[in-house]
Design a protein around this ligand. Sequence first.
Ligand code: ADP
Ligand code: MG
Length: 383
Amino acid sequence: MKEAFRSIFGTQPHGIWAAPGRVNLIGEHTDYNDGFALPIAIPQTTLIAARRRDDGRLRLHSAQGDGPVHDLALADLVPGAVTTWAAYPAGVVWALREAGHSVGGADLHIDSTVPVGAGLSSSAALECAVAFAYNDLYGLGLSAPTLALLAQRAENGFAGVPCGAMDQLASSCCTAGATLHLDIRAGSHEQVPFAPESEGLRLLIVDTRVKHDLGDGAYAALRAGCERAARLLGVAALRDITPADLPAAGRALPAHLVPLVRHIVTENARVADVVAHLRAGRIAAIGPILSEGHASLRDDYRISCAESDLVVDTVLDAGGLGARQTGGGFGGSVIALVAEDRAAAIGASVTRAFRTAGYREPNLFPVSPARGARRIEREVAET
Ligand code: ADP
Ligand code: MG
């Protein structure tokens, strides 16, 4: 990172920061309904080498970006002004300034092992790495959750993606060996230990390597549908509806909103069930709940796709304990909970099924809960 930074910007960085991607165990599309989620950080990480600048310029380079350095003036950072990948890091600087923090420019070099656009939240990893770097470069003293919410603000207000806060909270606040039990309305989070290896289990990620375009407008439409349902039901958010309320809610709502509400309500209940099992040390017992979560995404929220369904069905047929599509939907990645001694065979079954269906080869890898964002190296820069 230091070498690359030097060759791009001709100086030393002030430090290096890291922020991981994430995968959500359960609690999908619940964050923007004031609900609950249970992500882990994954070992795949976005690194940023950064150096403060005092001339009001933000210079951005990414090893995964589109080549040249983006050289932006802070004074020009308004929503809509940046339409490339640079909107994510520039958006964080914009969000900090909007929140009243007097931060200046920087040179940032970015390099990442988080697969981009695979539902593993490379966008939040990028935003959070920038937020943590700026927090130290400018001595802001902000907490990890505060930085996460500023990163979310960057994605909503500057990059124009109406996501909830789960991804950024996961990238910022997760710890190794644990899931992060998020209560979005309360603004609180709790670590729940999760070590599948200790039970002879493995959590696999299957990156389907497809992302259907349908997802672009659908996310905003789903979010609007949830908000409309909450209004019609007279509650602040669907978080306030319990499973016992569902029959009455079903009678009160237009038919097309009923399955949306059912997904959110049952999904929040699934988060609680999974947390209870994990706290009791019953990791294998969460498998069927993950699979129920997938059925709910597929049949009620209707954001699965043929590739994700094929992974889930193949994992279950091959003896996996549970599987579900994770992330925003319409492709991306699937998680599978499997016995360690079955992991290789189940992975091979998935790869074979994809070949038979004529799909691109999926990318399979095991994950364990990793650390959240942090500074990893401190430099004494040359003047
Ligand atoms: P996901 O967050 O699931 O990976 P998104 O579509 O939300 O998918 O975010 C992907 C976008 O984030 C990319 O198209 C790019 O604009 C930006 N991005 C993420 N990581 C990087 C990176 N390392 N370098 C440049 N841009 C990145
Ligand atoms: Mg994203």
